[in-house]
Design a protein around this ligand. Sequence first.
Ligand SMILES: [Fe+2]
Ligand SMILES: [Fe+2]
Length: 165
Amino acid sequence: MSNDAIVLLREDHKEVRRLFRAYRESAGDDAAREGTVERIVEALTVHTYLEDELVYPKVREQLPALAGEMRRAEQEHHVADLLCEELSRMSSGDEEYDAKVLVLIDAVERHIEEEEGSWFPQVRAALGRKELQELGERMLGVRETAPRKPERAGVLHRVADALEG
Ligand SMILES: [Fe+2]
Ligand SMILES: [Fe+2]
């Protein structure tokens, strides 16, 4: 298995795209849709965390020219986090469920295309093989303890449980 940071990020993107396809193909099957959305939320939460904590700071440091793009990408992460958090509290029977999932899918697909098309090649050129492998090693380590559910949703669930309990 490669420990190159860009290869690892691309593998995550591939898995996310696979889950998006599975969602689109499971129309009409509520249980399957909910299961797929749970996996989408988990995959995006872990991936976004790794990018926010390790990858984006490195890119900012090494490629100051990308600062504007990074700011925008961070806002895109923020929007995805909010939608994931809302979805993690909804069920497929909710009227807005499908629309929210499809907006999330659209936004993340566009975001991934920008990452892969626009700045991955620049990051590879700027960091070089050794530094990308070091970054990848750190990603593999942090991945073990990365949050798997949207942070605020976790807090809200705990508050709701405490109020009910
Ligand atoms: Fe991202
Ligand atoms: Fe990404």
